[in-house]
Design a binder for this molecule. Sequence first.
Ligand code: NAD
Ligand code: UGA
Length: 460
Amino acid sequence: MINNKILNICCIGAGYVGGPTMAVIAKNCPDLILNVVDINEERINLWNSEDLSNLPIFEPGLSQIISQVRNKNLFFSSNIKKAIKNADMIFLSVNTPIKEKGIGAGYASDLRWVESCAREINENAVGHTIVVEKSTLPVKTAKTIQEILNVSNNSDRSFSVLSNPEFLAEGTAINDLENPDRVLIGGDDHKAMLLLKKIYLNWLPEEKIIFTNLWSSELSKLTANAFLAQRISSINSISAICESTGADIKEVSNAIGKDKRIGEEFLNSGPGFGGSCFKKDILNLVYLARFYRLNEVADYWENVIKINSWQNNRVYETIVKKLFGNVVDKKIAILGFSFKKNTNDTRESPSINICKNLIHDGAFLNIHDFKVSKDTISKDLSSKNESRWSFQENVYDAFEDTHAAVLLTEWELYVNIDWEEVLNKVKKPFWIFDTRSILNPKVFDNLEINFWQIGFGSNK
Ligand code: NAD
Ligand code: UGA
């Protein structure tokens, strides 16, 4: 670091957060050099691919930014040691999944990747280095990182650890990064906090940048995700009441959302929330609460996840029941496999469980998605199910000889399907299950199609 100025940034982890976040910083801070590094060489090669349609993640607006800044002030490489050595500031953007075994299995974060980064930084950093937690981490992780970094015999080196959690959502990541509701910086080294703030001030107004202590920052990230997920479980629980009573969840969402205290966003009922983070972050909160013997708090948040699994199963069971309780050797079209529209990410996608359950019941699936590859679906459904589904490039082909179609991801193009054309290809009676409430029920009034929509009490 020269004259207390950040000139060179390293980001460890070239994933859904590291890639887009560093691309937006590079675009807004042309004087900074940013090196994004990853142990996954294949991923790095894809980030460097000339054909921008091969970038490892699909995110609207991302490829345009990459084409502007890549190899100018943004570089992707696997040379982690070198990038650490040259960096004044290092963002940790590695994965933090739930532990699969050992103490805390099923709840606590697996911090092995964070720990190995801290060790790598300790071995290779030069001068004063600011280490920034970008990954979502359990409260007090900064202390662990500090302890590892402080194991050093070399008095020429020093470290500050900050927490700067990321709030972007996939599918809207670029807009979320360019125009976030807030940027949170937690720390106890005010000078380091100001240096990080200065980077964001290149494109954000000062009032959007919040300073807190380290633990408030780490906990705020978990809390934000828990509150968002809780809203989805809340509206999904009401969707079931709508179906039983004749109410319509879209009308209920609209009516309650007009109350400013409730707000209009995040009130769409669906097949349950997916994505890599909501479940793991709530499980982490549950683990934290139990650790501090706050069992009522832990139970409260765990129920958000239970409702989510219940909703997902409820959708699957509804499909089977409507198809006369039997799907053996019935072909079913699956519309959408990503966990939400505008991403190719399938982690924890509600489609995975629903597809696995339908296959287990004997169905054959024609699976279509606009961005998810056949390979990804294959990994998600596991090799033992390989002969029970086919990948469909063209949405209309997916309907061939099917008894039903299940819309699982809210890709806008599904709204434009010509259902009269579909009717020529399918078996009768034919069912459409719209788990995202994006289709207009009236469209089916005069067609020989049975239509079911989540939370729609007037389902025929
Ligand atoms: P990801 O799995 O897409 O990317 C993580 C990357 O880190 C991988 O490519 C992996 O190879 C790399 N990595 C792991 N250990 C490494 C090491 N020691 N050295 C170099 N590279 C290493 O994960 P992601 O979705 O980008 O999430 C990263 C973190 O950000 C998680 O903590 C997550 O909770 C949080 N987060 C994610 C999102 C999101 O939308 N995906 C949003 C906000 C926060
Ligand atoms: C979420 C948060 O929105 C981000 O702020 C956070 O940074 C991120 O998690 C993270 O920490 O990883 P993301 O999972 O990418 O972002 O996407 P969301 O838009 O939150 O959707 C999550 C899931 O909830 C999706 O399956 C989506 O379809 C579902 N959802 C969302 C609903 O069912 N209804 C809604 O009204 C909104």
